[in-house]
Write a protein that binds this ligand. Structure first.
Ligand code: IN0
Length: 409
């Protein structure tokens, strides 16, 4: 099915074949360590179950960092599962969120009443916490500190939505910006990245905000259907008296203006994302950080001025995701990807959009940052893959002959 959706995009077909044939080993790793014979092995099994393709990217991290990031990811998933579980009584949830960081040091602590899809990480928390306590004390301190701050932040927004844009940034800081701060500190402690990476909280916060705002924008329908909303009232209030009304077909023009304003807001994090990425030195850290960012810009481009945000799920194709994952391996290619998607948005800015001047301005600013040392990037992501696609496809066909039939089904 993934292949069918990508059939008119030759570069994606090639990317999907390479992925299936395990030829994208430099950015993803297939199930090593995913044996449940040790507690650490079990943690990697949990990781596979919770984060799908991203688990493979974590496994590719340098061994100095891999386990710390795997455990950070699982601990955060456990915290997030508590926050999301609407069946947990409010007072109990407050206690759980505020004390969560302490549970990391309690050998027996687990939570067995969750109804969420990732409840396993809470039910089997002792497996995760025992591995956490084997990390160096410096790694433990970073993860514990982030959990404490995030738990308190989640309590602040437990029964309310972010209203102003400042609150939107604050909420996203708690649930994603702090992840950026924690990861950056882990990178610096590992010695793989400079001390500056862990010290610059502004750019690491922006890395998280860009991802989280993209998720919030994309998940409009799912969230309103669950009677939650994370779009800031300061913006939607300009276009509608109720958040849910934006999904009524008659309100589509206002809904799109609102959507476009939020996408424009999210694009403002790109300059920091670029500064952060340009500072990274280790290849495995670079890939790990770049992949979610390129998925985010591709998702924002797909969402921009797109009525489907209000009627269904807007997603990038699997072929597109695999291709981006394989491409985002150095700064020049990262610039090319950003330039490509920013141009795509720019081409679709409606002339009557209330926010169009701001959208043009931030896109032009980002484009000039990307093009400073990369003059030919505009065409590279769009065309080089197409040029190589035929050659690569021919090689795959030649090498694998009838095996292609197996791959296709
Ligand atoms: C993440 C981030 C993440 C990775 C690398 C660098 C980061 C820097 C700052 C902030 C976050 C960073 O990436 C993951 C990506 C992910 O999980 N993708 C999912 C896709 C999906 O739909 O769920 C996948 O299965 O592939 C991410 O989204 N978050 C995350 C959580 C923990 C860690 Cl350690 C790293 C979640 C969030 C809320 C955006 C921070």
């Amino acid at each position: 099915m993934d292949l069918v959706k990508s059939v008119v995009y030759p570069a994606e077909v090639v990317a999907l074949f390479k992925f299936k044939l395990g030829q994208c080993d430099s950015v993803t790793a297939k199930s090593q360590q995913a044996d449940a014979e040790t507690d650490l092995g079990t943690c990697y099994v949990f990781l596979d179950k919770t984060s799908r393709s991203f688990a493979a990217v974590i496994r590719k991290l340098d061994p100095k960092l891999r386990d710390a990031v795997c455990l950070f990811y699982l601990v955060l998933r456990a915290l997030d599962t508590v926050e999301d579980d609407m069946t947990i009584d409010k007072d109990e949830k407050i206690v759980l969120l505020q004390n969560f960081y302490k549970y990391l040091q309690q050998h027996q602590w687990k939570y067995e009443k969750s109804q969420e899809k990732d409840k396993q990480v809470l039910e089997q928390f002792p497996v995760i916490s025992s591995e956490f306590r084997k990390l160096s004390t410096e790694y433990q301190a970073v993860i514990s500190d982030i959990c404490q701050k995030m738990g308190n932040g989640m309590v602040k927004y437990l029964d309310r939505s972010p209203d102003s844009l400042d609150e939107w940034d604050e909420y996203c800081h708690y649930v994603a910006g702090l992840v950026g701060l924690g990861l950056s500190q882990l990178f610096s402690i590992s010695g793989l990245e400079s001390a500056k990476v862990g010290e610059d909280s502004t750019t690491s916060n922006s890395m998280g905000l860009f991802l989280q705002k993209t998720n919030i924008i994309r998940d409009y329908l799912e969230d309103v259907q669950d009677e939650r909303h994370f779009w800031p009232q300061q913006v939607w209030g300009k276009y509608s008296s109720e958040m849910l009304a934006l999904s009524e077909p008659s309100r589509l023009p206002d809904a799109l203006s609102c959507l476009n304003e939020l996408v424009t807001n999210a694009l403002h994090h790109i300059p920091d994302v670029i500064s952060y990425m340009a500072r990274l030195q280790d290849q495995t850290v670079f890939n790990f950080c770049a992949i979610p960012q390129v998925m985010a810009i591709a998702t924002l481009e797909r969402c921009y001025n797109n009525p489907h945000v209000f009627s269904g799920v807007v997603k990038i194709r699997k072929g597109e995701a695999v291709r981006l994952m394989m491409e985002a391996t150095n700064m020049k290619k990262l610039y090319a990807i950003f330039v490509y998607f920013l141009h795509q948005i720019k081409l679709r800015i409606p002339s009557e959009d209330p926010c169009q001047a701001r959208t043009h301005a931030i896109i032009d600013k980002c484009l000039s940052l990307c093009q400073t040392d990369n003059t030919f990037s505009v065409t590279s992501y769009a065309s080089t893959m197409y040029a190589s696609a035929t050659l690569l496809a021919a090689t795959v066909c030649y090498n694998y002959g009838t095996a292609l039939v197996d791959i296709l089904v």
